[in-house]
Design a protein around this ligand. Structure first.
Ligand code: MCF
Ligand code: FE
Length: 407
């Protein structure tokens, strides 16, 4: 058992209170959080560390990342979503082939160093399986499925099933296999129904890309625009296969992360606020389009928010604090400290809710997923989270399930 004491403990959870001069006792789960003297007395045999000015916080949860594209730096076209998609269709295989286990391990390590204790990893090819299953972090491994050509539905589903099976063999307390139907423009409804029934029968988590570009919204609402030409690569006479709400309806009863949603009209879409959540990828949205997520509309629809880096296919860094800083910078109409708190909650409790993890806050009975960051000499409580996001590049320590992670 261990006890950590620090000047500031960000408790996380929905109200994200800060405890000053307290301590936390834990083994694989959190046993106590509160008055330092009382905890030290109660657990007299525990290994005790006084972290002084440092900040103790719940680890971050990166709900959406693609490790297999970590070899990319400047090979893909940014600025317009369909141009980017054309470039990844063309070069994705080559980029994935270049992406060695060493590159993926380095990319994952950069996340962990920034205080990430759990990752929702979207796997296109299964090349990232071993690296992720061996990681000290908690992993939800989303096996991707896509294909818009009805002629190859059976073939695509069989390939998906084979990949899923390999990931299911590695299932553990820290590693959870899951399903990622790619998007409404890339997935035939027959294939979507098969994948989602597969998820329903096994009670699996689901993650999908949704309403990421104006082109996608136009395609789903009018069947026109840049997607028409793009999809001719795969099927001779492409037709829009869903409206935004008919795609959404396929996810009824499934715990699903909807990634991006920058073109979603939350007043008209029938999300399930219990099971569905929205994943914000600020950098990716800036690089692949010109619009950022409407955070107040997400809140207005009573939907839980979480944060993802996406992959290096649409980001310049997988450091989660870089991503949080970007989120802080891309909503200039919001009061700064309020927004920083909302981002922190999305990055911790929001991620835990989306990925169904018993973490995201420091309270009794939760997993001891704890990050320690360097503190500040002269910061008021109301600005602590803002300064943490602004000033921090890496954590000092990371514990997952009470075990210290070595980077
Ligand atoms: O989230 C971003 C942008 N939207 C869609 N897909 C991807 C993203 N980053 C990587 N991808 C992958 C996706 O998983 O790119 C491929 C899929 O394998 C595009 S469809 C051939
Ligand atoms: Fe993505």
């Amino acid at each position: 058992m261990k006890i950590l004491k620090a000047n500031s403990i960000i408790l996380g959870g929905r109200d994200c209170k800060i405890l000053t001069g307290g301590a936390i006792a834990f083994d694989n789960e959190i046993l106590a959080v509160g008055d330092a003297q009382e905890i030290i007395k109660r657990y007299a045999n525990a290994e005790f560390t006084d972290l002084g000015d440092d900040i103790i916080a719940p680890t971050f949860i990166n709900t959406h990342a693609h490790l297999e594209f970590s070899a990319n730096s400047s090979s893909l076209i940014y600025g317009d979503f369909v141009k980017w998609l054309g470039s990844i269709v063309e070069k994705g295989g080559e980029l994935a082939a270049k992406c060695t286990p060493k590159i993926m391990a380095g990319a994952l390590n950069s996340m962990l160093k920034s205080g990430v204790g759990a990752v929702g990893a979207v796997s296109s090819f299964g090349k990232d399986l071993e690296i992720l299953a061996a990681s000290p972090a908690r992993i939800v491994f989303f096996n991707e499925i896509l294909g818009s050509n009805p002629a190859v539905c059976e073939q695509n589903f069989a390939a998906f099933e084979a990949r899923f099976k390999q990931s299911a063999e590695l299932k553990s307390e820290r590693f959870t296999p899951a399903v990622s139907p790619h998007s409404p423009y890339s997935l035939h409804p027959v294939l979507a129904a098969k994948a989602l029934n597969f998820a329903r029968e096994r009670d699996l988590l689901v993650s999908t890309h949704f309403l990421e570009s104006s082109h996608e919204l136009e395609w789903l609402t009018s069947g026109t625009g840049a997607f028409s030409a793009h999809l001719k690569r795969f099927t001779p006479t492409p037709a829009s296969m869903y409206s935004p709400n008919t795609y959404l309806a396929m996810f009824a009863g499934l715990r699903t992360l909807f990634t991006h949603c920058v073109w979603a009209d939350f007043t008209k879409l029938n999300f399930d606020s219990e099971l569905h959540s929205v994943t914000h990828c600020a950098v990716s949205n800036r690089l692949l389009g010109a619009r950022s997520l409407d955070l107040s509309a997400v809140k207005g629809a009573n939907l839980s928010l979480n944060i993802g880096t996406d992959g290096l296919s649409s980001n310049i860094s997988l450091n989660f604090l870089d991503e949080m800083r970007a989120a802080l910078m891309t909503h200039p109409n919001r009061e700064l400290n309020d927004l920083a708190r909302e981002i922190f909650i999305a990055a911790t409790a929001g991620g835990a809710r989306a990925l169904n993890l018993n973490s995201g806050e420091l309270s009794i009975g939760k997993f001891a997923d704890i990050a320690v960051f360097k503190g500040f000499a002269d910061v008021s409580q109301s600005e602590l989270i803002t300064q943490l996001i602004l000033q921090t590049k890496e954590c000092e320590r990371l514990y997952v399930g009470g075990e210290r992670v070595k980077f």
